[in-house]
Design a protein around this ligand. Structure first.
Ligand SMILES: Cc1ncc(COP(=O)(O)O)c(C=O)c1O
Length: 367
């Protein structure tokens, strides 16, 4: 049996009939930039995240960059970033002119370790980027408590957490602003690149709208220098269709996660993901820990089971950050994660037989 890591073609078969007429209408009207699908999606996504405002942008990386810029990040200002995340979280800080400062992650949820925050705070620290990695909410109360004590803002990197919940609150409604990615493989994915910011702050939302559109609220009148960071209308139209299905797709992922946990619960060689109380993850990824990870991955591949690594190298050991001179040993939890974590196939269209096969192959591989 072959189990792909992700099957976007299957998802698109279910929405194609609804997306195509919208795309045809966009082609016919030539309304490619801005328009009713952008404003419609912004309204619907803000509502889904229980936030007051949504600003659709070109991708998740500029969503984060624009947040930092709208918050007035200045050169040499520092933003604390977990060292186990996709590089975009840190890149966005640098692109906005600031400096990412890494902290380690928790060994159970793999999210930012609140105990690492205080030692990382300096007179230049402006804020904290809490990433809801793999679709699992970060410990927002603990992060907010430290931020409050030191007068810092908290932003959410919710690129992997569409509709995830923490103590009844949705990702995208907890920080001063949140960046989302709609990269095709995300739980809510566009048919190309797209992203968004959600916020409850109307002034921040206005600034974000300017930043994405050359600093302009009115055509050819520029209040500030901005960017071309707009979301395409065709992407917003596809996202509106897919957003309707997102709750049921996320529920399917939760069912699959329960199935994996049930089948792997008695396998001591496989460390399963931990879900903190009061959290509702959306299982963007289903990540386990195993010893001899690379050979386990190879054995699975030979059986037709595709897996992936999130992430094989923690940020402080990436060549891009060699200038920080952070040696191996600086962030032991993230370093262990990089050696041991293995992401199993996870998407709504998986079937029970495939999950059973993955678990059977995994059990054989670890023993
Ligand atoms: C945690 C995280 N942050 C930011 C991003 C950046 O999003 P995008 O690829 O849409 O620029 C991603 C997406 O890959 C991500 O996984």
């Amino acid at each position: 049996m072959n189990v792909p890591f992700l099957d976007l073609k299957a998802q698109h078969r279910t929405v194609k009939a609804e997306v195509m007429p919208l795309w045809e209408e966009i082609l016919d009207s030539a309304a490619f930039v801005g328009g009713k699908h952008i404003s419609g999606f912004e309204q619907e996504f803000a509502q889904a995240c229980r936030a007051l405002h949504c600003v659709a942008v070109a991708n998740g990386t500029v969503a984060l960059q624009f947040i930092f810029q709208a918050l007035g990040l200045k050169p040499a200002d520092e933003v604390i970033v977990p060292v186990n995340t996709f590089i975009a979280t840190a890149e966005a800080v640098s692109a906005a002119g600031g400096k990412p400062v890494f902290v380690d992650v928790l060994p159970d949820t793999y999210n930012i370790d609140p105990a690492g925050l205080e030692p990382a705070i300096t007179s230049k620290t402006r804020g904290i980027a809490a990433v809801h990695l793999y679709g699992q909410p970060a410990d927002m109360d603990s992060v907010a408590a430290v931020a409050g004590e030191f007068g810092l803002w908290v932003i959410e990197d919710a690129a992997q957490a569409h509709l995830a919940e923490y103590k009844g609150r949705r990702a995208g409604s907890m920080g001063i602003a949140a960046g989302f990615s709609f990269y095709p493989g995300k739980n809510l994915g566009a048919c190309g690149d797209a992203g968004a910011v959600t916020t409850n702050d109307p002034e921040l939302a206005e600034m974000l709208r300017k930043l994405r559109n050359h600093g302009s609220a009115k055509k050819y009148y520029h209040d500030i220098e901005g960017y071309n960071g707009r979301c395409a209308a065709v992407q917003a139209a596809a996202l509106r269709v897919k957003l309707k299905y997102l709750p049921q797709w996320n529920e399917k992922r939760r069912q699959h996660a329960r199935h994996y946990i049930h089948l792997l619960g008695d396998v001591p060689e496989v460390v399963l993901p931990t879900v903190p109380e009061d959290c509702m993850p959306i299982w963007h990824l289903f990540v386990v820990q195993v010893g001899n990870r690379d050979s386990v991955q190879q054995a699975l591949a030979e059986k037709g089971v595709a897996t992936a690594l999130h992430y094989p190298v923690p940020l402080h050991l990436q060549r891009a950050y060699a200038h920080m001179n952070l040696a191996e040993g600086a962030f032991p939890v993230a370093e262990a994660c990089a050696r041991r974590l293995l992401s199993l196939p996870m998407y709504p269209e998986l079937d029970d037989g495939q999950i059973e096969y993955v678990c059977q192959c995994l059990k054989e591989a670890v023993r």
